[in-house]
Design a protein. Structure first.
Length: 398
């Protein structure tokens, strides 16, 4: 009974002293570290793990000292073993919290709430993936160290190492899909193929990368649905990434109209529309005839915006405005189906059409900028060089 009382009193005293010292350190750090982000993160995230680790370590020392003369008592060995396990777990928790603090401090330098945040999103993706890997490694090592404190586990260590190859092969075959996703997640994090907050098109759905883990990727679709995909999907199948290099993108709005449509007037109306809205980023505004088969012609309006969300609204605005403009101002340009009834020899007066005077065809210099995607402006010239490539030098003849 005396041993029990001495152990309990010593443990309580050691715990009280440890808590008191930790609280003093916490208050001093908070007071003098208000201007330091690192100190603030330490006081917010590492206070509780440090408190638990210091208390458990102090109790373990007190119990070992108070039971030093209790030789041969089985409860002493069990108590000390339990305290050692608690010390290992608390130390692992403290190490994990310190790593998280370091990662959060590093991430604070890269803001993602700014327009040009591609580099920040790349760093954030890599740090988040490293955090998950480090925490998983710490948990595995902690469990392994705790198991090695049991004599029976240490005794069978040689047999486990001997059969490690066989079990490794069996485990690899059984967890082939899981391991493939894990390696795919690491590849995505460091290959810069996809990052957090990237706008992508996968499985016919348009959305943004909301979460990126070692085993799966969460895509937030534009209508607030979530598409869950394995990480191996992004390394084995093609997908569209609209914000890999920059957030500015191009979009189209197509119209099937009658051959009587005034293309130049429609082009000028498109220009007036985009210049009056803040959704347009001022880069590209082009209207072209892309097809002329059957009874209609296809008009394509190509516009640009600073990001995918603005582009979607701009495309809808262009489509809605030009449809109303054609209906109200150029009703003859609406799609029509023509049927002629009359003399097969075209001898009726209304079937005879007088030939028009030939008009001068515009040259390349007469084509306005709004009718050229590749050329006509600085952005168009850059796009032309990117898709055409440098001119090959003429061969030198002897």
């Amino acid at each position: 009974m005396q041993s029990y009382l001495e152990t309990a009193v010593a443990s309580l005293a050691a715990a009280a002293v440890a808590l008191f010292l930790v609280e003093i350190v916490h208050r001093v750090t908070r007071r003098f570290g208000r201007r330091s982000l690192l100190m603030t993160e330490l006081t917010d995230h590492s206070h509780r793990p440090f408190q638990v680790a210091a208390t458990v370590l102090a109790v373990q020392f007190a119990a070992r000292w108070s039971t030093a003369y209790a030789v041969g008592e089985s409860w002493r060995k069990q108590l000390l073993h339990l305290l050692i396990l608690c010390v290992i777990a608390a130390t692992a928790w403290l190490v994990a919290s310190l790593l998280v603090v370091m990662e959060d401090t590093a991430l604070a330098r890269f803001r993602v709430d700014v327009p040009d945040n591609r580099h920040a999103r790349r760093v954030r993706t890599q740090v988040v993936m490293l955090r998950r890997v480090t925490i998983a490694v710490i948990v595995i090592l902690t469990v392994g160290v705790m198991l090695m404190t049991f004599p029976s586990v240490r005794g069978i260590g040689a047999g486990v190492l001997t059969s490690a190859g066989v079990f490794g092969v069996v485990a690899a075959l059984a967890a082939q899909s899981l391991l493939g996703n894990v390696f795919a997640g690491l590849q995505l994090a460091f290959s810069d193929a996809v990052r957090l907050d990237d706008v992508v098109v996968v499985e016919g759905e348009w959305g943004r990368i909301e979460e990126l883990t070692l085993s799966y990727v969460v895509v937030q679709i534009w209508d607030d649905r979530r598409l869950i995909l394995p990480t191996s999907y992004f390394t084995s199948k093609p997908f569209q990434n609209w914000t890999r290099t920059e957030s500015a993108v191009l979009g189209t709005a197509e119209f099937d109209v009658d051959w009587a449509v005034p293309v130049q007037a429609m082009r000028e109306e498109l220009r007036r529309l985009v210049e009056s809205t803040e959704l347009w980023d001022g880069r590209v505004c082009v209207l072209q005839l892309t097809d002329a088969t059957g009874g209609t012609v296809r008009v394509r309006a190509l516009v640009s915006a600073a990001d995918a969300g603005s582009l979607w609204d701009l495309r809808c605005l262009v489509r809605e405005h030009l449809v109303g403009w054609i209906r109200d101002n150029r009703p003859t340009a609406m799609p029509r189906v023509r049927t002629e009834l009359g003399d097969a020899d075209s001898n009726l007066p209304w079937q005879w059409v007088q030939p028009r005077r030939p008009t001068r065809r515009p040259t390349d210099t007469d084509v306005p900028d709004d009718a050229r995607v590749f050329g006509g402006s600085d952005d168009g010239n850059t796009r032309s060089e990117a898709f055409v490539g440098p001119e090959e030098p003429a061969p030198i003849r002897p």
